[in-house]
Ligand binder design. Structure first.
Ligand SMILES: *[C@@H]1O[C@H](CO)[C@@H](O)[C@H](O)[C@H]1NC(C)=O
Ligand SMILES: *[C@@H]1O[C@H](CO)[C@@H](O)[C@H](O)[C@H]1NC(C)=O
Ligand SMILES: *[C@@H]1O[C@H](CO)[C@@H](O)[C@H](O)[C@H]1NC(C)=O
Length: 390
C-alpha cells in the first residue's frame, strides 16, 4: 500500500512539474458523404441518398468536430498552454486542405476550441491541388517507379486473409448482377488489384480492394452519420464481426498505398517539411493544426516510422475527426520532451453522438524516440528524426 501511495505521489509531482510548451496536431476531416459517385454500378440495390453532395462534411460531422474543439479548449487550459482569454494572433495557426470537408472541419474546430476569439483558419483559396496535402507521386526515375510498384504489388499479393471480408461484401452487394460485371470490369472479389502508377497522382490501385474500399467507406459513413440501420448496407450488417472484417478492406487500401517507410517520405515530403519548419521555428506558434486526410496521416506516420498501435473502440486505424497530437513538454531541469497521443472518438461515440465530451486517446511512439513509462521521449531525438528526412 505504502509503495503505491508513494508512486502515486511521484507521478503527481512529475505531472505538476512539467510545463506544456507547444502542440502540433495532424487531423483528419470529420464525418463526410462518401467519396465515390459511381457506386450504383456495383449493385442492383438502390443506394441511400445523402443530404449533402458527395465528399462534403455532413451536419453531424460539423457538430462532432465542434465537440472535439470544446474538449481541446478545456484541455489546453487545464494543461496551461492557454489561459481563459483569447490567444494572440501569432500563437495559433490552423491550416487545412482546400476541400470543403477539410475547410469546414477546421472552421468547426477553430470556433469551438477558441470560442468567440475569431481565430481565422487558412487554406489555399483556389481549386488547385495544395501540394502540402497532396500525397502524390513526384519522383520520375524508373528505379523509383519499379521499387514502388514492387512494394505495392507484394502487399496486394499477401492479402489472402481478406477473403472472408470479400465474401461478406459479395453477399451484400451481389456484384455478379451489377453493371460493373455486365461491363466486364469486375464480377468478383477474387481477382487481384493492379497498381496504377501515374506521376502527379496518388499511388493507386484498380480492382476489388479499390471497389471494396469505396463500398465499405459508404457503409461506414452512413453508420457514423446516423442513418437508420436498415439503410446501412440495406440492413445486412448486423454482426460486429462482419464490421471487423469489412474494415480490414479500408485499412489495407491505405496500407497498400501509403504505408512504406522510405517511399512514403517521397510522397509526404511537402507536409513533413511544413511540420518540421513549423515545429522547429523560433518562436513557434503554441498551437498548430493541419486538417487533411487519412492518406496524410498514414504517409506521415509511415515516414516517421511510428510503432504499431491500436485504438480501443475503433476498427478504423485513422478514424474521422481523429488527431495525432505532438506535444512539447519541459521539466524543471529544462529538459525537453515529446509526447504523442492519438485523440479520437470510438465507433459508438460517432454513431450515437454521445459522450463526445470525452474523446478517447492512445499514446503513440516513433521508432527512434523511445518513450519512458509516462509516454515521454527526448525532444532532441524527435528533432533528429525530423531533420533526417532531408
Ligand atoms: C474576424 O477576423 C476576420 C479576418 O481576420 C475579420 O475580417 C473579421 O472582421 C473578424 N470578425 C470579428 C467579429 O471580429
Ligand atoms: C528518386 O528516386 C531515386 C531512386 O530511389 C533516388 O535516388 C532519387 O534521389 C529520387 N529523387 C528525388 C528528387 O527525390
Ligand atoms: C504499416 O506497415 C507496418 C510495417 O510493414 C505494419 O507493421 C503496420 O501494421 C502497417 N500499418 C497499417 C495501418 O496497416
Amino acid at each position: 500500500m505504502a509503495g503505491s501511495a508513494f508512486l502515486f505521489l511521484n507521478l503527481a509531482v512529475l505531472a505538476a512539474s512539467m510545463e506544456f510548451q507547444q502542440v502540433f496536431i495532424l487531423s483528419r476531416h470529420n464525418i463526410r458523404a462518401p467519396l465515390a459517385e459511381d457506386l450504383q454500378r456495383t449493385t442492383t440495390l438502390q443506394w441511400p441518398e445523402w443530404n449533402v453532395p458527395a465528399t462534403y462534411l455532413t451536419e453531424k460531422g460539423i457538430a462532432v468536430e465542434e465537440k472535439m474543439g470544446e474538449y481541446f479548449s478545456q484541455w489546453l487550459k487545464n494543461e496551461g498552454l492557454f489561459t481563459d482569454g483569447c490567444p494572440n494572433a501569432d500563437e495559433v495557426y490552423i491550416y487545412s486542405n482546400n476541400k470543403q470537408r477539410t475547410i469546414k472541419t477546421a472552421n468547426a474546430f477553430s470556433r469551438s476550441a477558441f470560442k468567440n476569439c475569431n481565430v481565422s483558419t487558412h487554406y489555399q483559396n483556389n481549386d488547385h491541388l495544395d501540394l502540402i496535402f497532396a500525397p502524390i507521386l513526384k519522383n520520375t526515375t524508373e528505379s523509383f517507379k519499379e521499387d514502388w510498384i514492387t512494394h505495392m504489388q507484394a502487399k496486394i499479393n499477401n492479402l489472402y486473409y481478406l477473403k472472408d471480408a470479400y465474401a461478406i461484401l459479395h453477399r451484400i452487394v451481389d456484384i455478379e448482377n451489377s453493371d460493373l460485371c455486365k461491363q466486364k470490369i469486375l464480377c468478383d472479389f477474387i481477382t487481384k488489384d493492379v497498381v496504377v502508377y501515374t506521376i502527379g497522382e496518388e499511388p493507386n490501385i484498380k480492382g476489388p480492394l479499390a471497389v471494396g474500399n469505396s463500398i465499405v467507406d459508404f457503409f461506414l459513413m452512413s453508420y457514423y452519420d446516423g442513418m437508420p440501420m436498415e439503410n446501412v448496407a440495406w440492413g445486412k450488417l448486423t454482426q460486429e464481426e462482419d464490421w471487423e472484417k469489412l474494415l480490414q478492406i479500408t485499412r489495407e487500401n491505405q496500407n497498400v498505398r501509403f504505408n512504406h517507410s522510405y517511399l512514403s517520405k517521397d510522397i509526404s515530403r511537402p507536409m513533413l517539411k511544413f511540420m518540421r519548419d513549423e515545429i522547429l521555428k523560433t518562436p513557434a506558434p503554441k498551437f498548430t493544426m493541419l486538417v487533411g486526410h487519412d492518406s496524410n496521416l498514414n504517409s506521415v506516420m509511415a515516414a516517421l516510422e511510428f510503432d504499431e498501435y491500436s485504438l480501443t473502440g475503433q476498427l478504423e486505424k485513422t478514424p474521422v475527426g481523429g488527431k495525432i497530437v505532438f506535444q512539447k513538454w519541459r521539466d524543471i531541469d529544462s529538459n525537453l520532451y515529446l509526447k504523442i497521443e492519438y485523440v479520437y472518438y470510438s465507433m459508438e461515440q460517432l454513431r450515437h453522438g454521445t459522450k463526445l465530451d470525452s474523446p478517447l486517446s492512445a499514446t503513440l511512439q516513433i521508432k527512434n524516440c523511445n518513450v519512458n513509462q509516462d509516454g515521454f521521449c527526448p525532444w532532441s531525438d524527435f528533432v533528429k528524426v525530423l531533420s533526417s528526412l532531408y
